[in-house]
Write a protein that binds this ligand. Structure first.
Ligand SMILES: Cc1cc2nc3c(=O)[nH]c(=O)nc-3n(C[C@H](O)[C@H](O)[C@H](O)COP(=O)(O)OP(=O)(O)OC[C@H]3O[C@@H](n4cnc5c(N)ncnc54)[C@H](O)[C@@H]3O)c2cc1C
Length: 447
């Protein structure tokens, strides 16, 4: 569903400074200079490709056995299940739109208005009732920050101002899907900064042949060493030394593009320790949890709508379904989600337990006679050692300068990319991509 469309109402589409600088044509050559990029997600690959294009000698060290990071497509059921990013959020001027065309990523317009909503007991929520509440909700989102407080979460301020919605299941659905999914845990998102970040205009499109086509395209021709887990980055001498597996490699410049969750876990030791401002930013910016679930059936029993909404008792629990059949007509599949605490809880559940909980919602919507699914695919982002979370968010205590601190380079040697370093477009694939171009440009500018 549309991310941050309440902000979009302002009609302001910014061209990020990083994008502007990425467009400059510099007549420089990096020949003879070496770069190690840690992490082969879209940010690291974008940086590596740009630097290689400028003649730098670039090596990418990636912990996993494949490139792409959070752009990861599981094709084991015959259609791609995008475990991380699925959508291009706003196709106008979005750099992913152009990249998708070059990479051969096909897309489908997911129409947000093609929606049906059910309350408990399978009671249909009328279109008018749904849209009236949705509009009222967006109006509140536009003004809630005027009541915001640096020490209070979105949840606290929202229910202080609007206690009448505390037990309203439809409003809890909006809070979950439009705030928690997009912006982070409701009880942790900043009541002041929840609407920070920009977005591109235009429709939302979903990848139909797998988002990983983009990292695969970017990776072409690069020197990428897979299964190389970096454990230490020593930038105390003229060359930066990087420990990975049992080796040490060195380079003139190192770009660290691992997720914020990995930095929070101190999975990489920095020598000397990172500056205080960067460490504070690592601690303060939030890392949320969003898990995705793909289920298939022999026959489809659901409405021929793009989105099927359900208003459960437990917040953030399997409360909407993407009708995958709309863009893969030969497959009977639904994709659903679990966020925040409930999302983390699913990671301790068995497949059978997860299926049981999802089916309980679908049976409440469509009756007890619907069949059991034939397959389930799922993610466990918060315990995934290569990410430790889904994407960054403005937690209580975050200040926007923290994103800049996350991006700040050290000694013109050590650079940082990744979605969490992009102040305007954090938490997205396009933000990650732009951050890689930005860091490559910083290195090019040093020549
Ligand atoms: C569930 C979910 C849904 C999303 N939906 C969307 C969406 O629809 N649209 C959108 O625009 N964005 C979406 N996003 C966000 C988007 O996927 C990310 O912002 C983006 O892919 C992050 O790219 P990155 O390069 O910053 O990090 P990553 O892709 O995480 O790349 C970092 C790389 O570093 C590697 N690494 C980690 N530790 C080490 C180590 N010690 N040594 C070496 N390598 C290491 C990792 O394996 C990984 O390959 C979603 C993300 C998730 C999780």
């Amino acid at each position: 569903m549309q991310r941050r469309n309440f902000i979009k109402k302002a009609g302001l589409v910014l061209l990020a400074p990083s994008l502007l600088s990425a467009c400059r044509t510099d007549d420089v050559s990096g020949a003879g200079k070496t770069v190690i990029v840690v992490g082969a997600g879209i940010s690291g690959l974008a940086a590596a490709k740009k630097l290689k294009g400028k003649g730098f000698d670039v090596v990418v060290l990636e912990a996993q056995d494949r490139v792409g990071g959070r752009l990861r497509s599981n094709r084991s059921l015959g259609i791609p299940f995008d475990e991380g990013a699925s959508w291009i959020h706003g196709i106008d001027n979005n750099p992913i739109t152009d990249l998708a065309q070059k990479a051969g990523m096909s897309t489908f317009f997911t129409d947000d208005s093609d929606i049906v909503a059910y309350d408990q007991g399978g009671i249909l929520i009328t279109g008018a009732s749904f849209s009236n509440s949705e509009n009222a909700f967006y109006d509140i989102l536009e003004t809630l920050m005027t009541h915001g407080n640096a020490t209070k979460s979105f949840e606290t301020v929202f229910f202080e101002q609007y206690p009448q919605y505390a037990n309203d299941r439809l409003w809890r659905f909006f809070l979950s899907t439009y705030v928690t999914f997009d912006l982070g845990d409701l009880d942790k998102v900043s009541s002041l900064l929840y609407d920070e970040g920009e977005e591109f205009g235009g429709i939302e499109t979903i990848s139909t042949n797998g988002y990983d086509t983009i990292p695969q395209y970017l990776a072409t021709g690069l020197d990428i060493r897979l299964n190389q887990r970096v454990s230490k980055v020593d930038y105390s001498s003229a060359k930066v030394q990087v420990s990975h597996n049992s080796e040490i490699s060195e380079a003139d410049f190192v770009i660290v593009s691992v997720p914020l969750g990995v930095l929070k876990k101190n999975a990489i030791q920095f020598q000397p320790a990172l500056p205080g401002a960067k460490q504070t930013a690592i601690d303060k910016v939030g890392m949320g949890c969003a898990n995705k679930f793909l289920l298939t059936w022999d026959t489809a029993f659901w409405d021929n709508k793009q989105y099927l909404v359900y208003t459960p008792e437990i917040k953030d629990k399997f409360n909407y379904f993407v009708n995958v059949k709309k863009f893969h007509p030969s497959v009977n599949a639904l994709m659903t989600f679990a966020y925040a605490d409930y999302g983390r809880q699913t990671e301790t559940m068995t497949d059978a337990q997860v299926m049981g909980e999802i089916m309980a919602h679908l049976r409440d919507m469509y009756g007890n006679n619907i069949p059991d699914p034939t397959n389930l695919l799922r993610t466990k982002w918060s315990t995934n050692e290569n990410a430790f979370g889904a994407y960054s968010f403005t937690a209580v205590g975050t200040e926007m300068r923290h994103f800049e601190d996350l991006a700040a380079s050290i000694n013109d040697q050590l650079f940082f990319a990744g979605e969490h370093t992009e102040v305007d477009y954090f938490s997205t694939a396009h933000g990650a991509y732009l951050s890689g171009l930005r860091e490559a440009q910083k290195i090019i500018d040093l020549l």
